[in-house]
Write a protein that binds this ligand. Sequence first.
Ligand SMILES: Cc1cc2nc3c(=O)[nH]c(=O)nc-3n(C[C@H](O)[C@H](O)[C@H](O)COP(=O)(O)OP(=O)(O)OC[C@H]3O[C@@H](n4cnc5c(N)ncnc54)[C@H](O)[C@@H]3O)c2cc1C
Length: 394
Amino acid sequence: MPARVAVLGGGVGGTLVANLLDKELGRDARVTVVDPTGMHDYQPGYLYVALGEAKGHWLSREERTLLRPNVDLAIERAVRIHPDAGTVQLERGGSLEWDYLVIATGSRLVPEQIPGLSEGAFEFYSLDGAERLAQELRRFDGGRLKVGVAGIPYKCPPAPVEFTFMVEEYLRHKGVRDKSEIELLSPLNRAFTIESASKLIQPYMDERGIGLTTFFNVEAVDPSAGVVESLEGEKQEYDLLVLVPPHKGAQVVIDSELGDPGGWLPTDKHTLNVEGHERIFGLGDATNLPISKSGSTAHFEAPVIASRITSLVKGTAPKENYGGRVMCFLETGNGQATSLRFDYDHPPQPPKPNRAWHTAKWLFNRMYWETVPQGRIPENAPFSKPPADAATKG
Ligand SMILES: Cc1cc2nc3c(=O)[nH]c(=O)nc-3n(C[C@H](O)[C@H](O)[C@H](O)COP(=O)(O)OP(=O)(O)OC[C@H]3O[C@@H](n4cnc5c(N)ncnc54)[C@H](O)[C@@H]3O)c2cc1C
C-alpha cells in the first residue's frame, strides 16, 4: 500500500513539498494537500500593489494548476490533528488518515491584538490591505508618514524597510516629498533585525531623510487623535500610519495542542520534525525556528522534508538536514536592492545596494509561478547560491 502523506497548507512550502514527494516517491506514496482556499497567493507582490505598481490578479492562481497531476487536493480546512490516531479532522466533517504529516499552515494576521490598529492604521500584508493602502497613498498629499511593526515575529522582515524606501521614492515622484516626514518605527535598537543589514542601510536612510525611532513596540493606536503609542511609553503623531499587524500560527495548531502560545510549532532546527513526533514535520512560517519567516525559508526547507519522508518510506535512514539557509532581497529604492543570504553558521554579508539585485528580484517575481512551486529554481541562479559562496561573490 502506498504511504499516505497529508500536507496541510497549499502555500509556498506545502505546494513544493507535495510536488517533490510525488516526484521522488511516485506510486510509493499518495500525497494529499489540504487547503481551504483552493488558491495559491504570491504574497511578495502585495508590496507592489500598495505602491500602485501591480494589480492583484497576477498574485493568485488556482492551487490545482501548480500541483503535479498525481497529488490530490482537498479544498478543506484542517481543524484538528490527532497525532496518535494518524488522522486530521476536516471542517466539513470528514477525516484524512496519514502515515506522514507536513504542517505548512503559515501564519495569520491578528490586528485585533492591538487596540485601534484596524481603524487607525493601513497595512500591505494582505491583498485587501495593500489595495486600501494604494488608494490612500493616491490621496496622500503630504504629512507625517510613519511605518512600523506591531508585533514580533512577522513574516518577511525586510518588507517594512523595503516599503519605507519605496514609499519615499513614490512621494518624490508624486511631488509631495518636501511636504512629508517619513519615519520608521522599529521595535529594536536598529532599523532591521539583522545587524549587518542595518549598518548597510542606515546611510541610505539618512541620505533620503528617513527618520528612525528605535525601541518602539506598538501598544495601541488612537485613530481619532492620530497617535500611535508604544509599550515604552512614547507617543508619535501621524497623518498616515502603516503597520505590519501582529502574526499568529494557525488555529488548527493551537486547537491540536501542538504549538506554543503563539501557535508556532516547536520544530527541530535540523530535522524539521515537530518535537516529539517522528512522522510530523513543520514547514515555513508555521514553525518556531529562530530564522526569517519567508517564502525562501520554506523553499529551502521543503527538499529536506521531502528527502526525510522519502527515506522513511523506503526504510532507509534519513540523512538530509536543514542548515538554516535563507535568501531574501531588500529593495532600497531608486531601482537598487541588496541581498541577504545566510544560514545557521554564516551571518549575512549584504553587498552594497545595486541595480543587479533589483533586477534579480524583478526576474524572480516574474519567474515565480513556473519555478518555485515545482522546485525548478536552478542551483546556479544567483538567489540559489549558498551563503559561503555568496559572501565572496556578492
Ligand atoms: C508583503 C509581503 C512581502 C513578502 N516578501 C517576501 C519576499 O520577498 N521573499 C520571501 O521569501 N518571502 C516574502 N514574504 C513572505 C512569504 O510570503 C511567506 O513567508 C511564505 O508565503 C510562507 O510560506 P508558507 O508555505 O509557510 O505559508 P503560506 O504561503 O502563507 O501558506 C499557508 C497556507 O496554509 C493554508 N492554511 C491555513 N490554515 C489552514 C488550515 N487550518 N488547514 C489547511 N490549510 C490551511 C493557507 O490557506 C495558505 O494557503 C512576503 C510576505 C508579505 C506579506
